[in-house]
Write a protein that binds this ligand. Structure first.
Ligand code: BMA
Length: 316
């Protein structure tokens, strides 16, 4: 097992951060939590950008190598001016996740308003024009992401309803991507662990022969505020509400200055990862709600980590 003691499983790129305010060609406060995908050979990040007024919008960044990105001159998506979206996006659109499904890029994001956070869905096939499809949850729900294929004939999503004051990861099914049900809890917080207070999906699930690999974030509240870390779990391919194994230790924890210090310190928060040939993952993550970073992990190594940690562990 090539895990080095005291190190994170995810390896940071030595040139982190990869996108900061200086890369954004229009005035804004911060750039963080980006969705990631590839369109042909082009790497695409949909960045969450908080404007000077404090409201989040999305902007596109493009790259031909996955390391060096150029941000488009204007936002790609802003809070809608048309109902029914207008009422529910007035405080911004946040934390997008992109899933390539049946020939289209679906973007699930958090619509934020005085009524709370709820999930919304939009699609594009060229990252030039976008079609909002619907508001697909009630509040309070966030961290939604679509699986990249139907399972047993239905679409599936992970999400994070806030029930009983606890944020756990749930799963729901749909026939049309707009109406969701048959909801079940998938993973819960673990008392005393690094993910003791809240958890939520990061990147959309990645299909492997062994199961769906899900990278998720976990929160531990401390006397100095929350710490956001990342972990991994493997879900059953045909019954994804079944957790096969789960990392006991975080795969990434805030340690570097750019993860410790920013608008919200001690945060690593991913909304997207890209699987490269050979099983290497490029994980894009927001650091301290202030910049975007890149980390690498081998898919099999992450799965080994989950399996090793689960042997003998008491998973709630
Ligand atoms: C979560 C989300 C993320 C953010 C994190 C840390 O609730 O709002 O967008 O990165 O808090 O502030």
């Amino acid at each position: 097992m090539p895990m080095r003691l005291g190190r994170d499983v995810v390896e940071r790129w030595y040139k982190n951060p990869i996108i900061t305010l200086e890369h954004v060609p229009f005035p804004c406060n911060t750039v963080f939590n980006a969705a990631a995908t590839k369109m042909g050979d082009e790497y695409i990040l949909l960045l969450r950008i908080e404007d000077l007024a404090g409201r989040s919008v999305f902007a596109l960044a493009r790259s031909d190598d996955g390391y060096h990105f150029t941000v488009d001159p204007a936002p790609a998506l802003e809070p809608s001016k048309e109902e029914p979206f207008r009422s529910y996006e007035r405080r911004g659109i946040e934390d997008p996740r992109i899933t390539y499904l049946e020939g289209e890029y679906y973007i699930m994001y958090t619509a934020y308003s005085r009524y709370g956070a709820r999930l919304a869905l939009c699609k594009t096939n060229d990252f030039k024009t976008y079609e909002r499809l619907g508001l697909i949850s009630q509040p309070d729900n966030k961290d939604g992401c679509l699986f990249p294929r139907k399972i047993k004939g239905r679409y599936v999503r992970l999400d994070r309803p806030y029930g009983g004051g606890i944020g756990n990861i749930w799963l729901s099914y749909s026939d049309d991507l707009l109406h969701w049900g048959d909801s079940e809890v998938v993973m819960t917080t673990r008392g005393g662990f690094w993910d003791t207070d809240r958890i939520g999906a990061c990147a959309p699930p990645i299909e492997t022969e062994q199961g769906w690999l899900e990278i998720y974030h976990g929160v531990k509240n401390t006397s100095a505020g929350p710490i956001y870390r990342m972990g991994a779990a493997l879900l059953d391919l045909e019954n994804p509400s079944k957790v096969l194994c789960r990392s006991a230790v975080p795969i990434l924890t805030p340690r570097e200055y750019y993860e410790r210090v920013g608008d919200v310190g001690n945060v690593v928060f991913s909304c997207g990862a890209i699987l490269e040939d050979g099983g290497k993952l490029k994980i894009y993550y927001g650091a301290a709600d202030t910049c975007i970073c890149l980390g690498f992990a081998d898919v099999n190594h992450l799965i080994d980590r989950c399996r090793l940690d689960t042997e003998g562990a008491d998973l709630e």
